[in-house]
Each structure stands twice: as structure tokens, then as C-alpha cells.
Design a protein. Structure first.
Length: 353
């Protein structure tokens, strides 16, 4: 989206006129190459309700807890499973995402394929891409019975329960699966635990982690949205880190969501304490009065001075906080001290917040 040229000149001439969000963020996203990324279109009418493809999903490991089961036991269970389904050719798929690489791997017999995906892709996208590539490979083979193994329950769940909002790549997989089934292919999907020494899975995992061959594909909207949100948050955090003189910065150095207090009145008072704006300390701005000063310390009254510094309240601080000089973050930080409001009521400040 581009704003009209006339509006662009207006925004440049009058900084007080704030451009639309899309225009403000555009310059920040140019360096990340996000503006050139293709978005995968999503259609909510991919399948009619009476003809939604269903995958044949099996899980021979369902009754076993991975944390309480030895890897060798999983290997034996897998060997028994393969004996039962020996007529199905095994295909192992895996996806991987690290700080500097996203990849997927597919293992069919002795043939190992791996592709490096866009860094914006999620792990789920990588797992589904591996399954999609496996089906593409199957469509070129002569045999008609296959079992696709994946250690991603989320990917298999997305295929098992397609609905509005389903990952677009999952819908592509189901479309391709429907085409293969019409050609008399029999394809099973099986979950297996990762990193328990099952050879095919280990090979697919290594292939995904070391992939270097690029694979170009449109990206799901959800992946791009997550990246943009993370990018904007980092820009915000970087700007906030520079505002060290801001009173709130010392209390909340990281931009995160903090839990609200269950009672709104208390939550409002806590917010005022955190930002340092209370009736007592700031009403002089409304009425043109002098700044209130502490007669004992000969300094202006502030929330920090009242809560942590003024010696007049040392006895009460020792009683409620076990120290005469508590840290302001310990009192009004993400997890406020439970005795805050009792202390403020005792020193008769609560109703002036």
C-alpha cells in the first residue's frame, strides 16, 4: 500500500500529522526483505463439507510416555510396527528451525532430500513442507503403498482435523493426497517420537538441520505476522532501552505483558504508583500550586521517595517489607509486594494515590 504523493508531502511538511501505521512501519521492514515475500493465499472453501479428505493416521506409541520409556523400547516398538506394515514403503520427514536456519528433510529408502526454507517459516511450516515434498515424490514413483513418519504431532493434527483457519500448507497436502488416493495410492501417516535412535527419523532430522538447497514457496500469513510482530516489538524495545531517564524504565525495563490485579481499583492505584503519577504528587499541576516537599528531607515528594527513601517511614518499612530501604522494583514490579497497600494505608497515603 502506497499513500498518495500529496499526502506524503503533507506528512513530511507537518511532522505533527502522523502517517498510517503501514507507512510508518514500511521503512523498518525494508531491511528485513519482508516486503518482497509472497503470502500463501488461504481459501476457506477448499473442500465441500461432504468431501473433506481424511488421512489414515496411526500411532503405535500412544500409550507410552516418552520421559518414562527407554529409547531402546521405542526402537523395538517401531520394529514390530514395521513388521506389521512391511508392505508399506517407509518415508521419514522432519522439519527444523534454529536461530539462523529453517529446513526440512525427507528420507525415502537411501535417497535423502533436504531443503532450506525462508527464515520466517515456523517449525510447523517446515514439518508440513517436508510432508508435502514427500507426497510430491510419491506421485512420481511406481509403488502405491507408503507410510509417512513424522515426529510432529501438531503437523499430523493439522492434517487430521482440517477446518477454517487451518494452515494453508495442510490444505495443499490434503488436496495432493486426494489426487493420489484417486490414483489408488494407499498412504498412511504415523507419528513417532523424535531423538530415540530410530534411524530414518535421525537421518531426516540431520538433513533438515543441515539443509542448504533453497526451496522457494509462498509463506503462510501467520508466519509473516509473527515475524512482523516480533520485529516491531524489538524496535519498540530498542527505543525503550534508550529512555533510561524515564521513571517507568527502572521499574519495567523489558516490554512484556504484566498480569493485572484482580480488583480494578487496586490495579489503577498500582499503575499510578508505577508511573509515579498520583493525586498527591501531581495535583499541583492542575491547581497551579507549589510542588509538595518533604519537610524531613527537604526534597520534592515523589512515589519513590515515599515508598523507599523517606526516613519517617523506616519503621513501617521494616515491619511490612523487612528492610528500611526496599527496591522499588520489588514493591511495584511485575509481581507487587503483597503488603504494599497495607503499608500505604498505615502511612495515610493510600487515599491520595
Amino acid at each position: 500500500m502506497n499513500i498518495p504523493l500529496g499526502l506524503g508531502r503533507l506528512y513530511n511538511a507537518r511532522p505533527s500529522n502522523i502517517p498510517p501505521f503501514c507507512e510508518r512501519i514500511k521503512s523498518s521492514l525494508v531491511d528485513s526483505n519482508i516486503l518482497t515475500v509472497q503470502i500463501h493465499p488461504t481459501s476457506v472453501f477448499t473442500f465441500p463439507p461432504w468431501d473433506v479428505p481424511k488421512i489414515s493416521y496411526i500411532n503405535p506409541f500412544i500409550i507410552y510416555d516418552k520421559s518414562a520409556t527407554a529409547p531402546v523400547a521405542f526402537q523395538q516398538i517401531f520394529l514390530h510396527h514395521r513388521h506389521q506394515y512391511s508392505t508399506y514403503i517407509p518415508i521419514f520427514t522432519d522439519g527444523s528451525k534454529t536461530t539462523n536456519r529453517v529446513g526440512c528433510g525427507v528420507v525415502i529408502a537411501d535417497v535423502i532430500s533436504s531443503f532450506q526454507l525462508n527464515d520466517l517459516c515456523s517449525v510447523l511450516t517446515a514439518e508440513l513442507t517436508a510432508i508435502f515434498l514427500a507426497l510430491k515424490r510419491i506421485s512420481d514413483l511406481l509403488d502405491h503403498k507408503y507410510c509417512i513418519y513424522s515426529d510432529s504431532k501438531s503437523a499430523l493434527e493439522a492434517l487430521s482435523h482440517p477446518q477454517n483457519g487451518t494452515h494453508p500448507l495442510a490444505l495443499d497436502i490434503l488436496c495432493l493426497l486426494q489426487t493420489l488416493q484417486a490414483r489408488d495410492f494407499q498412504i498412511l501417516f504415523c507419528w513417532l517420537p523424535g531423538h530415540v535412535g530410530i534411524k530414518g527419523n535421525e537421518l531426516a532430522d540431520t538433513a533438515a538441520k543441515t539443509a542448504t538447497t533453497p526451496w522457494q514457496q509462498p509463506l503462510p500469513y501467520a508466519d509473516v505476522k509473527k515475524f512482523v510482530s516480533h520485529h516491531i516489538h524489538n524496535l519498540w524495545q530498542g527505543s525503550w532501552d534508550l529512555q533510561i531517564s524515564n521513571k517507568l524504565h527502572s521499574i519495567k525495563p523489558r516490554i512484556t505483558l504484566w498480569p493485572a490485579l484482580p480488583v480494578r481499583e487496586l490495579d489503577v492505584r498500582m499503575t499510578r504508583l508505577r508511573i509515579g503519577h498520583t493525586r498527591f504528587t501531581h495535583k499541583h499541576l492542575l491547581f497551579g500550586e507549589r510542588v509538595p516537599r518533604c519537610n524531613a528531607c527537604h526534597v520534592d515528594f515523589t512515589v519513590i521517595h515515599i515508598l523507599t527513601e523517606c526516613p519517617l517511614f523506616n519503621h513501617h518499612r521494616l515491619h511490612f517489607f523487612n528492610t528500611s530501604s526496599p527496591n522499588i522494583c520489588d514493591l511495584v514490579g511485575e509481581h507487587p509486594h503483597p503488603n504494599n497497600f497495607i503499608f500505604l494505608k498505615i502511612i495515610a497515603f493510600y487515599h491520595f494515590i
